[in-house]
Design a binder for this molecule. Structure first.
Ligand code: 3PG
Length: 211
């Protein structure tokens, strides 16, 4: 599977924070029912590793990745649990190289030309732009794209339904990431139907803009 299939065909990558691994499978099914084929389970909670394992085992159509991966140890745990791709808020070259060694796709974070240039040396072509809105959003991405025409971005942080189409309309946006489809409250209250509804809403915009 190519990174293209994992990230770009999905268009919207939900950022998932799970406190309880038992909620992982119903959540993945709710996203999938709304047309979302990938999700990033963040290593911000103790439940992350088990949540990834549960989704990988029980929801095979969901391409599950690990987010907030900062160390090589987390990366190894994520891959062992079944993560198909790795997302990091920044770019630690050792972690990027380790992902390559393990044969897992990596989406490292970069918000400056220097970071992008370092990642280009590692053959990275798609970067997470986080926190997108704080760093100037689309305006900044457009400016940074000028010297790096082969780099594509996954803006995350402050992306929601209100600015989704604006981001997706720009060709250098590979996909967007965000938590608005499955906020902590929606997950804790098990609002699976609402998560499916929000997912459908996002995918409708994705299809409208990209087709
Ligand atoms: C992330 O880790 O990518 C962000 O926390 C997601 O940002 P959002 O909550 O603003 O969507």
């Amino acid at each position: 599977m190519l990174l293209h299939d994992i990230i770009e065909n999905c268009g919207v990558v939900p950022v998932v924070v799970l406190e309880d691994a038992n909620k992982a499978v119903p959540l993945a099914k709710a996203l999938l029912a709304g047309g979302i084929k990938t999700c990033e389970v963040t290593f911000r909670t103790a439940a992350a590793e088990e949540a990834i394992r549960q989704i990988a085992l029980n929801v095979p159509d969901m391409i599950v990745g690990a987010g907030t991966v900062i160390t090589k140890e987390q990366l190894k745990s994520a891959v062992d649990a079944g993560a198909k791709f790795i997302v990091s808020p920044g770019s630690d070259i050792e972690v990027v190289r380790y992902a390559k060694e393990l044969g897992v796709y990596m989406l490292p974070g970069a918000v400056t030309p220097t970071e992008i240039m370092q990642l280009m040396k590692e053959d990275i072509k798609v970067v997470k732009f986080f926190p997108a809105e704080n760093y100037g959003g689309l305006k900044t991405i457009k400016a940074i794209s000028q010297p790096f025409p082969n780099i594509r971005f996954v803006p995350t942080g402050g992306v929601s339904l209100s600015n989704l189409s604006t981001y997706l309309e720009f060709g250098k946006i590979a996909a967007v990431g965000g938590s608005w489809l499955c906020t902590k409250d929606l997950i804790n209250e098990e609002k699976w139907d609402e998560i499916t509804r929000l997912s459908k809403e996002a995918m409708e915009i994705f299809r409208k803009v990209r087709n």
